[in-house]
Every structure is written in C-alpha cells, then in structure tokens.
Design a protein around this ligand. Sequence first.
Ligand SMILES: Nc1ncnc2c1ncn2[C@@H]1O[C@H](COP(=O)(O)OP(=O)(O)O)[C@@H](O)[C@H]1O
Ligand SMILES: N[C@@H](CC(=O)OP(=O)(O)O)C(=O)O
Length: 440
Amino acid sequence: MKVMKFGGTSVGQPDRMHQVAATVTEQKEPKIVVLSALSGTTNALVSISDALSAGDKPAAKKIIDGLDKHYQTFIKGLLKDADYQQKAKAAIAEHFEFLNIILKISFSDALNKDILAQGELMSTKLFAIYLEEQGVPHLWLPALEFMRIDANEEPDLKAIKTDLSKILKKHSKVDLFVTQGYICKNIRGEVDNLKRGGSDYTASLIASAIKASVCEIWTDIDGMHNNDPRIVKKTRPIEVLSFEEAAELAYFGAKILHPTCIWPAQQAHVPVKLLNTMAPKAKGTTIQDNEDGIGAKAVAAKDGIIAIKIKSSRMLLAYGFLRKVFEVFEKYRTPIDMITTSEVAVSLTIDSDQHLKAIVKELEPFGTVSIDKDQAIVSIVGNAIVEEKAVLLNIFETINHIPVRMISYGGSRHNISFLVPASSKNEMLQVINKGVFGLD
Ligand SMILES: Nc1ncnc2c1ncn2[C@@H]1O[C@H](COP(=O)(O)OP(=O)(O)O)[C@@H](O)[C@H]1O
Ligand SMILES: N[C@@H](CC(=O)OP(=O)(O)O)C(=O)O
C-alpha cells in the first residue's frame, strides 16, 4: 500500500483536482490519498479566527461569505452532473453553517482549531464526490478517527498505528482511501492540527504507521530544486537526496517539504518521493536512506531570524554557562537554530519573537544582551560538503562580498549555514546559484 499526498496547490482548482483523480486512479497499488485544503483556504480560516479573536465579527463574516462564494464556483467547475453538484453543495453548506454559527458564540482556542479543520474536511469531501461521479470506488476516511497528538503536542505514532490498522483491517477490500492532512485529535479529544503545512506530516506518519511502499508528496513542481524557484530564475530538480539532506533543506526553508515530515518515514525506511501533479511522468526527487554523490546539492533560506548575542566576561573559563543560557530557551519552548561561541560571547538564532522580551529579560543577568532582527539563514546542503576543500573554497569565494554575521560549519556533514541580513538573502541565493551550481 502506498500513500499519496496532494497539497493545496494540487487541489486548488477544479481541473487540478481532476488531474489528481486521474493520477490516483492510474496506479493499481492500493493507496491512502491525503489531501490538504484548497490553496488559500487555511489562510482564510486563520483570518476568520483572527478577526473573531479581535472581536471583529463583521470582518469574519465578510471572509466567510467570500470563501463560500469561492466554493460555489469551485463546485461548478469540478462536477458536471446537477445531482452531484447538489450533493457537493449540501456537503459544503454544513461547513459554512458551522462557520456562521461560530459568529454567535464566544471565541476560544478549541474553537479556533475547529475553524482551521474545515478546509481539509471540505477538500476531501469534494474530491470524494468527484470520484463518485467518475464511478471510482473509494472510502472517505476521517483522519480524526486515527490521527492523534499527545500531551506534548507530538504525534502519538503508537496510537495512530493501532487505530489505523484496525480501520484498514475492517475495510480490507477497499483499495482507495481518501483522508485529510493536517487535522488530528489532541489528548483532550478535541479537534487539533499538526501546525501549518502539516499535511506532509500526516502523509509521512501514515506511511510510517502502515509501512507503506512509498510516501508520495505531490505538489506543483517536479521535486526538490537546487535553489528557491520563487527567488532565482534557473533551478534544476535533484533526483536523489538522503533523509538527512532533505531534513536540513526542509528545516532551512525549502518550502516544498515540511521539516517534520522526514523522521516518521525515515524511521520506518519508507522512501519519500516529491512529484509534480502537473507533470506526473517527471522523475521528481526520491528521498531515501542511502547517500548519493558528493558535493553541494541545494541551497535554501529561512527568513524571520533573530540573532541574540550574550557577552560576558564571566563566561571566561566557566563551565555551566551555556546550560544556563539554554535553559532559558527551553523554558520558553523556543528552539535555537544556529549557535557560535567565543570565550567571552555566545551568539545564537531563533525564528520566533513570541517570547523574545521574556527571554531577553532572563538572559540579562548573564551579561550584555544584544538583538539583531531581520536576519536570514542561508544553508548550503549536500553530501559530505564539509569534507570537500574545493567546494568550501568555492562557496567562500562566491559569497565574499556578502556581510555574513555568523557561520555554522561542522555541525553536520551535510550543511554549512550562514546568517546574513534579510536584505542580502536574495542576492546570496543568486550568487550561489551561479558560483556553486553553475546556473545563471
Ligand atoms: N528548493 C525548492 N524546490 C522546489 N520547490 C521549492 C523550493 N523552495 C521553495 N519551493 C516552493 O515550494 C512550492 C511547493 O510547496 P507548497 O506551496 O507548500 O506546496 P503544496 O501546496 O503542494 O503543499 C513550489 O511551488 C516552490 O515555489
Ligand atoms: N492546509 C494546511 C496544511 C497543509 O499542509 O497545506 P499545504 O499542503 O498546501 O502546504 C496549511 O495550509 O497549513
């Protein structure tokens, strides 16, 4: 059995959803299809929640009505038969009734999660009705029956495995399941989610739980490219990546893949394939256990980075200093991305300013704290790049005019990261494309 995940861009227009159905039905192997919400929907749902939490009901109502209109048009393009159109309208109406009811009740975090879950519920229902119109046997599988997170808001893979295998056993004759990405239930039994972009995570967790033959992530581009196609003109797809390389690229900004989605597949040795819904025959990228080739394979960039420097002469010859610093970040559940130290200072980066004020306050007793906002991390990833002298020389020559604030080198064999001002990010990606990858 395989898992096929189609993202918001792959189901965001009726003809693309038709293409998804064609791709799914072309392949004989039994499969679980995971869908995201139509592109733009989750953003709209977030805006509805934001408006409600700010007490602005008219603004929320306006977004709900706009979204409703979008779905009415979508249904007309998706389905030919009037009866099926009617069925789809009725299915979608339930969700808009819910959204209209919440305008009348008081807003809470649990309600926020319920609002965010509507997108994937609607996209999978529409897709299932289209399959029905096409006469394709399938089962609509509610992810809320098996996708779970634990008390730490981490997926409970054991429970997912147990519940999913029961469901699959019960429906052993079914060859095509359609389920929702992103949504899950939490420890309190409430609707929750795997955080933005989490449908890739759903696919990988399912693939791991059922030990799928492959976890296919279908999107709007033919695999992981060597550079960000939204920023540089010429990029090329990468055929093979190891799990480690893919994890670094996803974590450091390659938007095509959600960073969390690597570990479940990796732990079950399930290969992950990145494929293009619009060009289903293109090779795409295979992410697998084995390492392949040596040298730089890709560069990615992560925005919104904040650099924090703690300078203290007390650090000199002291032990336990870094532990105290790390404990502050642990307390505020704020991950550190990059870190460099000297004998009298430590510089590190975080990607969220949610607890910045409190963190700075707690760091101040340790020394002088300074903050640089608007930074970006640019990471060059490849197999054993840190061991290849020529590659290193080339990288440093290529970027010698860019103001680099921090360098992380040697943390892994696969990655060299540079902290640069956000204003230098695009230029850095462009010069690396030419100097390191030979693409103009
Ligand atoms: N290195 C990269 N390789 C491929 N795509 C990338 C890369 N970096 C950024 N992207 C962007 O990721 C997009 C696909 O991701 P996303 O929009 O999340 O897809 P989906 O809606 O299918 O989940 C592509 O359209 C592309 O612009
Ligand atoms: N719809 C959710 C989950 C998701 O993964 O979407 P996509 O596959 O389009 O990135 C979001 O926008 O966050």
